[in-house]
Design a protein around this ligand. Sequence first.
Ligand code: DP6
Length: 420
Amino acid sequence: MAEELQKWVVMVTAQTPTNIAVIKYWGKRDETLILPINDSISVTLDPDHLCTTTTVSVSPSFEQDRMWLNGKEISLLGGRFQSCLREIRSRARDLEDEKKGIMIKKMDWEKLHFHIASYNNFPTAAGLASSAAGLACFVFALAKLMNLNEDNGQLSAIARRGSGSACRSLYGGFVKWIMGKEENGSDSIAVQLADEKHWDDLVIVIAVVSARQKETSSTTGMQDSCKTSMLIQHRAKEVVPKRIIQMEDAIEKRDFPSFARLACADSNQFHAVCLDTSPPIFYMNDTSHKIISCVEKWNCSEGTPQVAYTFDAGPNAVLIARDRKIAALLLRRLLFHFPPHSNTDLNSYVIGDKSILQDVGVQDMKDIESLPPPPEIKDNIPAQKSNGDVSYFICTRPGRGPVLLPDSRALLNPETGLPK
Ligand code: DP6
């Protein structure tokens, strides 16, 4: 490359959603290729409320690969980043930017370095699948930059090498990760079951539960389960295959009672596997259990499920309401049982799609304090209130898959390739 051409920076910015599994992935049959022991199904969450934005850039003036996450430089040397990078580089094609007069040949990609900046629009520390959105965005953006020809299904197999659950973030709506049979993992990919418009009545409320201790990572947790739990084998072989068929059917028919029963049962079985692990893993805490009881009591009193709950490898509850009216009734119950500390601003206690608060009919702390107990709570059992056990709520819905964003949204300076 000629000296005078060394100045250019080419970049791509993308946005990728996070996802919540309603039939869980737990356990690998290959640790390096990240191949699961069962299929899983997830709902993609609206990126307006939960997403990762990533800018990837390349320039002959970059001396090494560098990455910044939420403004802080992090190492790219980890095996998982490296295997994604290797997979993408091996599929890179010629790139020509006629306007800028830049031509990058297929073989040049091996010698060029990248600068990558990534930003989550939700607190990373909240324990909400940030790695899924992050790794999916990393792969999607780099694949666009290097002009790959692969479709999102093929890209999902690369994102899988970064973090298993990341492969499901390559699509919007309802997504299945097919475990595959091949030893090389080529058929372990994500497929879209239905897009986000298919079932747009659903409303999702996430209770971000204040966690005190650091939990076991999913990666080590599932390794320990595979080594020590007998239940995990039964789950993967006997239970999940049937549930996958039933869940696909429930999604196709928008059959909420079946969807909710399956999602709750699968979350509970995943946590039962964690308890069956030696030493046992406790991802849920007292607040998580209280939320389950609240939903179960309500569902039971209505005679049919109104809300589904599911918990990943942490105490946060993801609650899926059949429609907006039910979501407002759910939030009413949640605010009754889990009011914020008295000095909290309601505007920061319920975030995301705040418009649901109007349907709930609460505007300030005084309104929350005067909420009546839900009718399913019997007079002889005093209603429990747990101030401060929930950090905040996020109201959201099923959402779209990855998109490219214009350069005006880039996180890197187009001249220097450094964070803005
Ligand atoms: C409980 O995808 O984080 O969220 O593949 O080791 O990176 P690695 O694990 P990860 O595991 C997610 C587990 C889960 C269930 C799910 O998302 O299906």
